[in-house]
Design a protein around this ligand. Structure first.
Ligand code: GCO
Length: 407
């Protein structure tokens, strides 16, 4: 018996800067090459996904998955303010078309952390023009691709800096952010770490305005697109005496953001682990607990918990847009994912409207400041030849997808 609804999206996710390679107009690029860079290594050619996407989409479809979340790169599409590259837009239209030909539903992210250099240099998300700039870009992309794209994620994890500011945690994407949120209007990073990077704003108002304006632009374009944003939903838990701190942190870093999704078609849930909060703040990973390459506790139960939280507070359908772990042990990846999916099936059984599960990540890729040492992929990528090797976890997840659940 199927544990998941008909039409459930089973897939994997990537982000353009992490896999495409040669993303030289992105704000991150100069910082990666700066003296004393905060990045352990530059992104360089990444996985050369910009050219090898047909092979990657064929691998995804071949193992039995039916959905692919990927991003279109703003820095390529609008390399100078107001100049839209027809060639870049055509590239992404071919990519979406390849998905459709292979029976793969495209889930397209419009902004996954990287932004054009001009945008970052002009103050990024803290410039009052950011919402209009993002909406103009979103409208242009939708005009070009919207008829073929049923699911759009506007912004990826706009709440990461808020998690850092209000919770102080170093988890999910935020461990890859600079240590302090930048002051409004200050797109510049400290010292010689490199030029401006437009890290998202910690302000829910600023990011929500950009999202809302983009949603309007997308809805007025072609296609029957479902639109939402994706949030970093760390499973925050109170340890003894930490209840008050937990409540405040959860409100500011998670619930305020989830409430923005109430006017959307879905909310994208991105969950990797839990963090425990005691009376004096964050607690270390419990003694003896298994950890991943990123130092996070192996805690697959986090997904079920945060899907329930998201459904309750956003009150819209849930799409799991990221879940996974960085490990060299592919059996551990399967075990983690099996538990996460069992808990997700429990959410469905309890009546929560879950539309899909997109594993992070399709490929071993550029994990921001941590570079290529972190292996989140269902598929390995040779760093010299770019040769792909399908891991057993990819075949396992594809078989689960074909069976409609864990059986
Ligand atoms: C993020 C992202 C991904 C990360 C993933 C693992 O949250 O940072 O959406 O780009 O690679 O979460 O850290």
């Amino acid at each position: 018996m199927n544990q998941f609804p008909a039409g459930f999206l089973w897939g994997a996710a990537t982000a353009p800067h992490q896999v495409e390679g040669g993303n030289i107009n992105a704000d991150m690029w100069p910082g990666e090459w700066a003296a004393n860079s905060m990045f352990v290594e530059p992104s360089g050619d990444a996985c050369d996904h910009y050219h090898r996407y047909p092979e990657d989409i064929a691998i995804l479809a071949g193992v039995g998955l039916n959905a692919y979340r990927f991003g279109v790169e703003w820095a390529r599409i609008e390399p100078e303010e107001g100049y839209f590259s027809r060639a870049a837009l055509d590239h992404y239209r071919r990519m979406v078309g390849t998905c459709v030909e292979q029976g793969v539903t495209p889930v397209v992210t419009y902004s996954h952390f990287s932004t054009p250099r001009w945008f970052a240099a002009a103050g990024g998300w803290n410039n009052p023009a950011a919402a209009d700039r993002f909406a103009r870009y979103a409208g242009r992309v939708t005009e070009h691709l919207g008829d073929l794209v049923p699911w759009v994620c506007t912004l990826n994890e706009p709440n990461v800096i808020s998690l850092l500011a209000h919770v102080g945690i170093q988890s999910a994407g935020e461990r890859d952010q600079p240590p302090e949120p930048s002051a409004p209007g200050d797109g510049q990073r400290d010292g010689d770490a490199g030029p401006a990077v437009a890290w998202v704003s910690p302000s829910v108002e600023i990011m929500a305005a950009a999202h809302r304006r983009a949603v309007e632009a997308i809805r007025s374009g072609p296609g029957e697109t479902k639109v939402g944003w994706t949030l970093a939903l760390v499973d925050l838990q109170a340890a003894d005496g930490g209840e008050r701190r937990l409540m405040a942190a959860r409100q500011a870093a998670l619930l305020d953001w989830l409430e923005v999704s109430r006017d959307d078609d879905f909310v994208g849930v991105q969950t990797y682990t839990r963090e425990r909060i005691g009376p004096d703040g964050l607690l270390p990973v419990p003694d003896g607990a298994a950890t991943t390459q990123t130092g996070w506790e192996v805690y697959p139960q986090a997904l079920g918990h945060t899907v329930r939280l998201a459904a309750q507070h956003a009150q819209v359908p849930v799409l799991v847009t990221e879940n996974g772990l960085a490990t060299a042990d592919d059996d551990a990846r399967i075990a983690y994912t099996a538990q996460a999916l069992a808990d997700l099936a429990g959410c469905v059984a309890d009546g929560i409207d879950v539309r899909g599960y997109l594993h992070w990540s399709l490929l071993d890729n550029f994990e921001w400041l941590s570079g290529y040492q972190m292996t989140f992929g269902l598929v390995a990528v040779d760093r010299t030849t770019f040769a792909r090797t399908v891991k057993p976890s990819a075949r396992w997840l594809g078989a689960v997808a074909r069976a409609g659940g864990l059986g």
